[in-house]
Design a protein around this ligand. Structure first.
Ligand SMILES: CC(C)(COP(=O)(O)OP(=O)(O)OC[C@H]1O[C@@H](n2cnc3c(N)ncnc32)[C@H](O)[C@@H]1OP(=O)(O)O)[C@@H](O)C(=O)NCCC(=O)NCCS
Length: 286
């Protein structure tokens, strides 16, 4: 589990990790470890049960820029994806703050780790706290609030017996299936399909988390109008809001009554490794 915290909340656990990794393991002088940027930064902490096992921070700079730093994972937990999870959360957090470029001072040995997340080296190697470092940068194009290209023909669903419960209302779990059909239809209308994403592009788009809201009961014979909007787009994740509305006058999409909605966090993963993979831009181009 990764938590994003202020310095006030994170200081104790983050410093304990940094002390073990930077001061004891790498010999960084203790007086260089804490600095004036810690209180200004947002800190990511990785927990295994109640034990903090890794940390990293994001310092906001001027001109929509931010600096990632103090990335550290306890030795026993390295190479198990903890560093990746911390960095991804910090990148997502930077995006949510409107940050458009991230810089960092990478230890030369850690360059391949950051390169896996799209950072590129800049300039020459220099010494920092007795360790060779190199600057790296990641540009974060503005991706928020991207509207999913409109579905040429909206997905409509007529409520039938198999959708309803004994009380005659649409069973809450049915909306998830209806929403999935709508997303699949959206893909088909853009000349894509779940099979094509797997076979031709090597990606899967599983749902990682979802929240649902129910406003009114759906009833037998209702005609439901389903739409979807991208609320947030990150590098490997996308948040899609789907809404089911009853068409009050059939054929009139301006006269809708909202019935239920779901906010789904969908992650893009590689079909072979099942690890997060950047969402292809073309998925969002009309
Ligand atoms: C750098 C560090 C934070 C990475 O954390 P981690 O939990 O070991 O990294 P992950 O397991 O999430 O690795 C993610 C990917 O990066 C790769 N990677 C991690 N460290 C690497 C390294 N030093 N060299 C090359 N690749 C590395 C992993 O193999 C993995 O690749 P994969 O996705 O293809 O499997 C961790 O090694 C650490 O704390 N090091 C000591 C402190 C340090 O040097 N911090 C960096 C300061 S700039």
């Amino acid at each position: 589990m990764i938590l994003i915290q202020s310095w006030q909340e994170a200081a104790k656990a983050a410093f304990a990790i940094r002390q073990k990794v930077f001061i004891e393991e790498q010999g960084v002088p203790e007086d260089l470890e804490l600095d004036e940027f810690d209180p200004l930064a947002t800190h990511a902490l990785a927990f295994q049960k109640s034990e903090c096992i890794g940390t990293g921070r994001l310092v906001p700079l001027k001109d929509k820029c931010g600096q990632i730093g103090r990335m550290a994972v306890l030795p026993d937990y390295r190479n198990t994806g903890v560093g990746r999870a911390l960095l991804e959360q910090l990148i997502e957090h930077a995006r949510s703050l409107g940050i458009q470029s991230l810089v960092l001072h990478s230890q030369v040995v850690a360059i391949p780790f950051y390169e896996k997340h799209g950072f590129r080296v800049q300039g020459d190697i220099y010494d920092e706290a007795g360790i060779p470092h190199r600057n790296m940068i990641l540009l974060l194009p503005k991706l928020n609030s991207v509207q999913m290209p409109t579905t040429p023909t909206p997905y409509l669903h007529r409520v039938c017996y198999s959708d309803t419960d004994a009380a005659g209302f649409v069973y809450h779990g049915r909306y998830l299936e209806i929403f999935e059909r709508s997303r699949a239809e959206w893909l088909y209308q853009h000349d894509l399909s779940p099979t094509k994403l797997v076979n031709e592009f090597g990606i899967l788009l599983p749902v990682r988390e979802l929240t649902m809201n129910f406003y009114k009961p759906g009833r037998l014979d209702d005609l439901l109008y389903i739409d979807q909007v991208i609320e947030h787009r990150g590098r490997t994740q996308v948040a899609v809001k789907q809404t089911a509305s009853r068409m009050i006058h059939e054929g009139n999409a301006d006269d809708l009554q909202i019935i239920a909605s779901a906010l789904l966090h969908i992650v893009c993963v590689d079909t072979t490794t099942l690890k997060p993979k950047a969402i292809p831009d073309w998925l969002f181009i009309d």
